[in-house]
Design a protein around this ligand. Sequence first.
Ligand SMILES: [Zn+2]
Ligand SMILES: [Zn+2]
Length: 195
Amino acid sequence: MGSLLLLAAFMAGALPAGERVIAVAPVGDVPPAAVSLLLPTLRDTFGAEVVIAPAVPLPSRAYDRRRRQHLSTALLDALAQARRPGWDRLLGVADVDLFVPELNFVFGEGDPIRGVAVFSLQRLRAEGEASGRELLARRAATEAIHELGHSYGLGHCGDAHCVMWFSNSLAETDRKGTRLCAAHAVELRRLRGRR
Ligand SMILES: [Zn+2]
Ligand SMILES: [Zn+2]
């Protein structure tokens, strides 16, 4: 029995060398389709196996009553705890308004030290737009790639059409789209090549 348990533990943590799994977890109550729609674009961008991870509960201490927003860094803490050894990165998808103390809101946040990232769907919805679903999926992919980019160590870009451009508004998110500029594509390959 003891050895069986040991074997199971070993197998769970033992991925072949070079395997780069990106896990994507809902954080709190999130439409499942919003998570699964991200997978193909993340696979293409990062050249990684992308899997859906079990949902991570929204940490209650993340909520700021005065601001009526959730502290994105507290969501990163919860994701860092949920991260498993075989996962190169863990991305959380939330559906609450996120902030960091120095900004009114953030679309998301990425942490290269702990290898986790989070973004929220909350501010990506456009009201009254005919192509609402498609647009939401594109915006979600854009913010997911941006925050995962930060989690790999990428900084912001001066090219407004690079996904690593810092967007203050949905107009900027829509303009930049999901593509990395040539320089950032090279840097991402270099950073991901490093274990
Ligand atoms: Zn950023
Ligand atoms: Zn760039």
